[in-house]
Write a protein that binds this ligand. Structure first.
Ligand SMILES: Cc1cc2nc3c(=O)[nH]c(=O)nc-3n(C[C@H](O)[C@H](O)[C@H](O)COP(=O)(O)OP(=O)(O)OC[C@H]3O[C@@H](n4cnc5c(N)ncnc54)[C@H](O)[C@@H]3O)c2cc1C
Ligand code: SF4
Length: 470
């Protein structure tokens, strides 16, 4: 990462990510490093299957609109992904340059970001839409999955209506991406550009509370569920009502200012914080706290470092930034004096046989209880799941382990006319995987609606068991 910049672009987007965006001369120089490989491995490494050599060739030869069109069609959230994708383990991790002569991989994410920023700032019309089909589709949630799905449905000529519980577009991509990765204005600007001229957005409406599922079905020809996994799960440990004890998403949203939180504000002002969890969210929260000036931040994880679900390059970076790690340690209680956190009571664990997750179970060692002094505790141990977000979902839509069960290639659920995708079906992945799920679902919805026109009364959209009815 290069040094932080603070420049304002034409549309007022303040650049606060750690990495400076490319200017045109730098982008062209970087593009010239690409070898335009045959059967390019970087394409295999991209969850959206972006034709990387083709878009870089278009960039280099001045066909910027063609480059933007290629990118947007593969991943409408491509500009955000240019900031937040873990490219080290995706496209750039597959680039041949390091293997040929030890060079750095082509900075694919920065080139992608350059082109899409150019297209958005110049309001370039990158794709055209089919004439209106007369069909209407409801999308529940304006996160990456819902936005990508709505964008694609509009391209097919369908009327897409996005219902969003909050007052904002972008979902977690706006509110919870760590501040060192992306400024919170970008997802809003990107969403407004993508949805301009065709998609209807209804903000501040929680489906299942403000509008029933029956009302939704009556108004629309198909429904897409893109509600994600919701907020943090806080374990019910003794002492959990002490302050500040909070979830990692609330902390990051508070630090970014996307959802102001008094408790997050308190957590940033203490000298030591324990962050419980071993995933990317725990690492993001710990890094955000260090960046906010907290001197002592310790990640407490009940397994060892070889079993951390977080990307290794991310937690190694956290370590370089001064985050401490306490492995093989499980929290048992929050310690507090007069309601204020003074520490985390833990027990040492020993790894046993694999549990239901397939990873070795962290078994507590009796008598090994110990204390980690700290002034705040942040939990990054899970999310509330779909049931909490859509409690009265029709019974034939199967929800298992907090996720909607859907066909992975189409997003079709077991209820005819209902599709789902993104974190709501995956349990929590990346922005790019949510966007791709939204695109695939839109394509499946389009096929189903077109088939219904061809044979009215036969095709209902989705088939029981989560497959499309043809
Ligand atoms: C702390 C954190 C850091 C992350 N960092 C990265 C990263 O660096 N890179 C990366 O690629 N990914 C990252 N992710 C993952 C990424 O943000 C998600 O995978 C992605 O946002 C999922 O998109 P989605 O549309 O499925 O759900 P969400 O983004 O969760 O959006 C769901 C939307 O649905 C709305 N909603 C919920 N219930 C209802 C309802 N009943 N009615 C109407 N609307 C509703 C919500 O308000 C929300 O706007 C991170 C996640 C977290 C938690
Ligand atoms: S692998 Fe690297 S050099 Fe080859 S096409 Fe992809 S980005 Fe270019």
């Amino acid at each position: 990462m290069n040094g932080e910049t603070n420049s304002l672009s034409a549309d007022g987007l303040r650049e606060t990510t750690g990495e400076r965006p490319f200017g045109a001369a730098e982008a062209l120089t970087e593009a010239a490093r690409c070898l335009y490989c045959y059967d390019a491995p970087c394409v295999m490494g991209c969850p959206a299957g972006v034709d990387v050599p083709e878009f870089i060739r278009s960039l280099r030869t001045g066909a910027w609109r063609a480059a933007a069109r290629l990118l947007i069609k593969a991943n409408p959230l491509g500009e955000s992904c240019g900031c937040v994708c873990p490219t080290v383990v995706l496209c750039e991790g597959e680039c041949v340059l390091p293997r040929i002569d030890g060079q750095a991989p082509v900075a694919i994410h920065r080139l992608q970001r350059f082109i899409l920023r150019w297209a958005r700032e110049n309001q370039v019309e990158v794709v055209s839409s089919a004439p209106p089909s007369g069909k209407s589709v409801a999308l529940i949630g304006a996160g990456p999955a819902g936005l990508a799905c709505a964008f694609e449905l509009r391209r097919f000529g369908h009327h897409a209506v996005v219902y969003e519980a909050s007052e904002h577009l972008g979902g977690l991509n706006r509110s919870a991406i760590a501040p060192h990765k992306m400024a919170s204005e970008l997802p809003r600007l990107e969403a407004e550009w993508l949805l301009a001229g065709g998609v209807e957005v209804v903000k501040g409406v929680r489906i299942g509370r403000d509008l029933s599922f029956a009302q939704l079905e009556a108004k629309h020809d198909a429904v897409f569920i893109g509600v994600g996994q919701g907020g943090d799960l806080i374990p019910d440990l003794p002492g959990v009502s002490a302050v500040p004890v909070l979830g990692a998403i609330e902390l990051i949203e508070g630090l970014k200012g996307t959802c102001p939180s008094a408790i997050a504000e308190q957590a940033r002002r203490v000298r030591s914080v324990a962050v419980v969890g071993g995933g990317n969210t725990a690492v993001d929260a710990a890094r955000a706290l260090r960046a906010a000036g907290v001197p002592e931040v310790t990640i407490v994880y009940r397994r060892d470092e070889t079993l951390m679900p977080a990307f290794e390059h991310e937690w190694q970076e956290a370590r370089r930034e001064g985050v401490r790690f306490r492995f093989l340690s499980a929290p048992e209680k929050i310690l507090a004096v007069e309601g204020r956190v003074t520490g985390l009571g833990c027990v040492t664990t020993r790894l046993g046989a694999p549990d239901e997750t397939g990873r070795r179970a962290p078994n507590p060692i009796p008598g090994s209880e110990h204390e980690l002094p700290c002034e705040a505790v942040v939990f990054a141990v899970g999310r509330v799941g779909v049931r909490a977000l859509l409690p009265d979902l029709p019974a034939d839509i199967v929800v298992k382990g907090g996720r909607v069960v859907a066909d992975p290639s189409t997003g079709a659920t077991a209820r005819p006319g209902w599709w789902a995708g993104g974190d709501s079906t995956s349990g929590g992945r990346e922005v790019v995987t949510a966007a791709v799920a939204g695109l695939k679902a839109a394509q499946a919805i389009h096929r189903a609606l077109s088939a219904r026109d061809a044979a009215p009364g036969v095709v209902q959209g989705a088939g029981r068991g989560g497959t499309e009815r043809g």
